[in-house]
Write a protein that binds this ligand. Structure first.
Ligand code: SAM
Length: 210
């Protein structure tokens, strides 16, 4: 087994053991904002116990994948309680069980910080997006403020060991590496929380860039 697969197994166990947080209101404004970016055929990656489910418009055709079977069961329960139709499946963000160009929107809500290979997860998200599709995320990230980043650097070994949670990541780098254009970018809470929407540049955008 590769080191990445071993780490993925470790993360699965952590989230299997974590007790229910599907009704947690923490980050509610961020989740509401994220879900408002969804349209059409939508995939949420790493849905956990389904905290986002109440915030999706009924017009969104929702699919989601989750690594932990226990968390997934929580999300399914939440969907039933809400009467929310959704295709919720066990899966790995780095090996999405969908064909190319299948979704209008792909969303991440505080999940990229725990996916061992976040670069591969973003590449997979881009693969399954339709040409005019959007990727949107809300994540805690590396702060641009030196003092805060120093604190993140001190805390990260512990958060990675206990929660598989990386504090010094910046998904924007991977989004740009995938040649996506940023449509919206906002940093909140001392730069710790990032809201981001990106899409593929249209051909005439590319023509203007050269
Ligand atoms: C911090 S929780 C966030 C859950 C949810 N998105 C929320 O905002 O409440 C991170 C979630 O990502 C999931 N996850 C981690 N690695 C994953 C992977 N490789 N594929 C799919 N899900 C993954 C974890 O199991 C966990 O449920």
């Amino acid at each position: 087994m590769t080191d990445e697969k071993k780490e993925t197994e470790r993360i699965r166990l952590i989230y299997d053991r974590r007790s229910g947080d599907e009704r947690s209101r923490a980050g509610g404004a961020d989740l509401r904002w994220l879900c408002s970016q969804a349209y059409g055929e939508t995939l949420e990656v790493g849905i956990g116990r389904g905290r986002t489910l109440p915030f999706y418009s009924s017009s969104v055709h929702l699919s989601a994948i989750e690594l932990s079977p226990v968390a997934l069961e929580g999300a399914r329960r939440r969907a039933r309680e809400l009467g929310r139709e959704a295709n919720l499946w066990l899966g790995d963000a780095t090996e999405l069980p969908y064909p190319d160009e299948h979704f209008d929107t792909v969303l991440f809500s505080f999940s990229l910080c725990t996916i061992p290979n976040d670069r591969a997860a973003i590449a997979e998200a881009v693969r399954v997006l339709r040409p005019l599709g959007r990727i949107a995320l809300v994540e805690h990230v590396r702060s641009p403020r030196l003092v805060i980043r120093g604190l993140e650097r001190i805390a990260e070994p512990l958060t990675v060991r206990c929660q598989g949670d990386h504090l010094l990541r910046d998904p924007l780098e991977h989004i740009l590496a995938e040649e996506r254009e940023v449509e919206y970018l906002e940093r909140r809470m001392l730069g710790l929380v990032e809201r981001l929407v990106a899409r593929k540049p249209e051909d005439n955008d590319l023509a203007q860039a050269v």
